[in-house]
Design a protein around this ligand. Structure first.
Ligand SMILES: *Cc1c(COP(=O)(O)O)cnc(C)c1O
Length: 493
């Protein structure tokens, strides 16, 4: 299986190892597979009898054909081991009929990014060997919180890889700062910058685009690589849990073989929901895919009008990982439905005018599967409280956005098919807002909110967040945005 850029009309020519190593295609497009493999009924039957790591290895082997089955099974077994994913990799939990919650946050940083970032570094490490690369990959990340920690934990002690994370000093929560400052591992580094997230991101982009920097890193035997969500190595592992969830529905007798179900995904960069769309195109019987947004509902508007318009106000919400106005992975959906020429034109219009309108045939195709709903801040808080009171299920604000959207859809359509709702973070990752929604009171402090939430609800703090305040601080470095390149060279040298 070869890969090509969403913006190229040339035949596919890039191996999956090369696509993972490179991240972004040379023309600025995203890597996509030349065809979508199919899952037959007998494939699904076989997958039903497997563990999560075995399911992951089997599904990845359909896309990453330059990796052997043995390599993939070894990597998946390591990545999704029970000591990392305490409580299971992607368990399905029943709440109110017809909803099931797919909990994707049992990994080492208590957010769903772990599902991809525990396996992708292993795939990158092998990609270096497969592509004859002799240098060390230096992963640079600018983070507003969750991605940085998940990337640090994923790349920690992975051979031939180093990672450095920059975060805005006053732009992340206390919990997130502590999670990063206490990171373990021999190949990791963390630095706070005096600036906001945009300053951190611009600094990283400048380093990536600086030929002199590339030269100096090269002299040190390094090259730059990125861990962000447009990398195919992050997307492919996300297909797995949709197939796995369906296997669990079949095993539980909730679905008969071939019977359809619906999926609802709290969406930011469109990576997670696009993985579900690909699973559907592989043959998984997903009837409707519900795209859930917060007050930054650019995707809801797009799905309703066919117009993607980023010229709008940006809102900071209690579901910050979805505070996004450019959903990069939407480009992959456009490629599948509109082809590369029209996709290139849409992306060009987005760059120059901040807006594009897709053709009627494309929208009709997209709407066959996708529908959009959004939750305001009040609706998000109400969903947290209602879900706790009615079902004794504690959810984080991102998950609450999805629960709200799923309930809007159910009310509007009366659809009774089983509905899998993605839960993308532990409620303890956002304990202060969850505590406030559930009890109507303010916690004493952000850190104390964890214990208070546990006491108020009788639910346990997950292991990655328990005892955080007592862990050894390893990283206290700070710098001005202009000094980021120097910090990188100091770390490498
Ligand atoms: C990253 C993230 C999302 C959004 O996922 P996308 O793949 O960017 O759409 C949702 N919830 C949480 C908690 C996240 O960390």
């Amino acid at each position: 299986m070869l890969y090509k850029s969403t913006r190229s009309t040339e035949p596919a020519s890039v191996s999956s190892a090369q696509a993972i190593k490179q991240g972004l295609a040379d023309d600025g497009g995203l890597f996509v597979p030349e065809q979508i493999p199919t899952l037959t009924d007998s494939d699904l039957e076989a997958l039903c009898g497997m563990s999560y790591p075995e399911r992951a290895a089997r599904i990845l082997s359909l896309f990453l054909t330059d990796y052997t089955e043995e390599e993939l099974l070894a990597d998946c077994t390591e990545a999704y081991r029970a000591e990392s994913f305490v409580g299971g990799a992607a368990p399905l939990v029943s709440v109110r009929e017809p909803m099931r919650i797919l909990e994707l946050w049992h990994g080492p940083t208590a957010a769903f990014k772990d599902m991809a970032l525990q396996i992708m570094p292993r795939l990158l490490s092998r990609a270096l060997v497969k592509t004859g690369e002799e240098r060390t990959a230096l992963i640079l990340v600018a983070t507003s919180g969750d991605t940085g920690k998940a990337a640090l934990e994923g790349y920690r002690d992975v051979p031939r890889v180093k990672i450095m994370v920059f975060y805005p000093m006053d732009g992340v929560s206390r919990v997130q700062k502590l999670q990063m400052a206490t990171q373990t591992g021999k190949n990791v580094n963390v630095c706070a910058i005096h600036g906001n997230f945009d300053d951190a991101q611009n600094g990283v982009k400048t380093i990536f685009g600086d030929p002199e920097m590339a030269e100096r890193l090269n002299e040190q035997g390094c090259f730059l690589s990125s861990a962000n969500s447009i990398n195919w190595g992050r997307l492919a592992p996300q297909i797995v849990y949709y197939v796995s969830a369906y296997c669990d529905l079949l095993n539980a007798g909730t679905c008969k073989p071939g019977a359809p179900f619906n999926v609802c995904v709290p969406t930011g960069n469109f990576g997670n929901i696009f993985a579900a769309y690909l699973a559907m195109r592989m043959g998984l019987p997903i009837r409707r895919l519900i795209c859930a947004s917060n007050s930054n509902h650019i995707l809801t508007d797009f799905l309703r009008t066919g117009i993607y318009d980023r010229n709008r106000e940006f809102h900071l919400t209690m579901s910050p990982s979805m505070d996004i106005l450019i959903s990069s992975n939407l480009e992959r959906l456009l490629w599948l439905t509109a082809g590369s020429e029209r996709t290139t034109a849409y992306m060009q219009a987005l760059r120059t005018a901040g807006r594009y309108e897709v053709d009627g045939d494309v929208m009709a195709d997209i709407r066959r599967t996708l529908v959009g709903y959004y939750a305001t801040e009040e609706e998000t808080a109400a969903a947290i409280r209602r879900t706790w009171e009615e079902s004794r299920y504690l959810c984080d604000p991102h998950t609450a956005v999805a629960i709200h959207a799923a309930q809007c859809y159910l009310k509007e359509t009366g659809d009774s098919l089983p509905m899998v709702v993605d839960s993308t973070a532990s409620p303890y990752k956002f304990a202060n807002n969850v505590y406030r929604a559930v009890t109507g009171q303010d916690p004493s402090s952000e850190l104390e909110a964890l214990g208070q939430l546990s006491a108020a609800t009788g639910t346990p703090i997950p292991y990655p967040l328990a005892g955080l305040a007592g862990r050894k601080i390893r990283f206290t470095d700070q710098c001005e945005p202009e000094e980021m390149a120097r910090k990188v060279l100091e770390y490498i040298g």
